[in-house]
Design a protein around this ligand. Structure first.
Ligand SMILES: Cc1ncc(COP(=O)(O)O)c(C=O)c1O
Length: 388
């Protein structure tokens, strides 16, 4: 199979060769259990702790504040459920309508367990209003969970202001930083809990961490041998944790340079797509993660466009990233009020470390023809306001 032009880095990324090389020994000779006392065990422990130190150093955190998990879904669950069940009096949780389902569905589950939840709306660009958060805070609010940058439309949130406000009110602040970590600086001083996943930054799948500020009480989700300071039992996934550390090191050493390059690609994509009639940019024009651009095209289905582009050797994703078989439009696009006439025709283009200017140009060359071909078969026309 010839390798496609990969513009779906928000979904996942290729494991960097340096990361593979760092992981390999821990799937071979260095197979010890970090809890074992012998030399093989100590070697594995040293590798896990080295990774923890790397991450803590780049976050300006203490190593005790890093809890390794099996990815960000678990980290988000641990943050919300762990904080909720550890809280003695406060029970109210605030989040937003555009969170990843790993936060939204967890919050809904907590609601079913008797924790009141407020879900805040966002504006047309996907931004949360700091005043709306302020007004939603109650005497019994225990936690606010607002993502750093959105995985579908890229919009960045004012997490520094929100986190600072929460701190002043004695409320915990959690941020899902899966898409932002290693791409933009994070205001760690304002954050109590922060979730990260390795596979979005050229690390392996199924590993991540939760940053837990010192003093924050969490009830563990997994009970057992008391690993990770009692917060997450289970033998550590040594090769993957080593990969996460290596990926973090690379991401932080390149962050500024990479972000500038990706921002340039985003600007070029926005400019190029604007030349096609009946399109719109979803998200914020400037307050955005550098690597995500989300567009809607009138009179076509996003899934059709993804498949057409796939035939042409370009891997992108529908803006809706539908996970349900009934192809319901994305909760994020609905929350920002994308008109029903275009909500089904959305496309998310996300760039990464390996993306080249030539790939962006090739995509922009293929796109108008693909859109036109699909529109030729559509019962709808550009400018048609009928819902489809
Ligand atoms: C914003 C955000 N949060 C959480 C997740 C879940 O991460 P993981 O795949 O590590 O469980 C993702 C991945 O799609 C994401 O983009």
């Amino acid at each position: 199979m010839t390798r496609p032009i990969y513009l779906d880095h928000s979904a996942t990324t290729r494991v960097a060769p340096e990361v593979v090389a760092a992981m390999e020994p821990y799937m071979g000779d260095r197979f010890g259990n970090p809890s074992s006392l012998h030399a093989l065990g100590r070697e594995a422990r040293a590798a896990v702790e080295h990774s923890r130190e790397t991450i803590a150093m780049h976050l300006g955190a203490n190593t005790k504040e890093i809890v390794f998990t099996a990815g960000a879904t678990e980290a988000n669950n641990l943050a919300l459920i762990g904080a909720a069940f550890a809280s003695e009096e406060r029970r109210h949780i605030i989040t937003t309508a555009i969170e990843h389902h790993a936060v939204l569905h967890t919050a809904q589950w907590l609601q079913s367990q008797g924790f009141p939840v407020t879900v805040l709306d966002v504006d047309a660009a996907g931004r949360v209003d700091v005043d709306a958060v302020r007004q939603a805070l109650r005497e019994d609010t225990l936690l606010v969970s607002i993502m750093a940058g959105n995985n579908e439309i890229g919009t960045l949130q004012p997490i520094q202001e929100i986190g600072t406000m929460c701190r002043e009110r004695g409320v915990l602040f959690h941020t899902d930083a899966v898409q932002a970590f290693g791409k933009v600086p994070l205001p760690m001083d304002s954050v109590d809990l922060l979730s990260v996943s390795a596979h979005k930054l050229h690390g392996p799948k199924g590993v991540g961490f939760l940053y837990v500020r010192r003093g924050v009480k969490l009830v563990p989700l997994l009970h057992g041998g008391g690993h990770e300071g009692g917060r997450r039992s289970g033998t550590e996934n040594v090769p993957s944790i080593v990969g996460l550390g290596a990926a973090t090191e690379i991401a932080f050493s390149e962050m500024e340079k990479l972000a500038t390059r990706l921002r340039g690609f985003r600007a070029r994509l926005i400019e190029g797509v604007a030349g096609i009639p009946g399109t719109r940019l979803n998200g914020h024009p400037t307050e955005s993660l550098p690597h995500i651009a989300n567009f809607s095209f009138e009179a076509i289905e996003g899934e059709g466009l993804v498949l057409k582009l796939d035939e042409l050797g370009v891997a992108v994703s529908t803006g809706s990233a539908c996970s349900s078989p009934d192809l319901e439009p994305s909760h994020v696009l609905r929350a920002i009020g994308v008109p029903m006439s275009t909500i089904h025709g959305s496309l998310r283009v996300s760039t990464g470390r390996g993306t080249t200017p030539e790939e962006i140009e090739a995509f922009l060359e293929h796109l108008p023809g693909a859109v036109e071909a699909l529109r030729a078969f559509s019962p709808f026309k550009v400018g048609d306001r009928r819902v489809h």
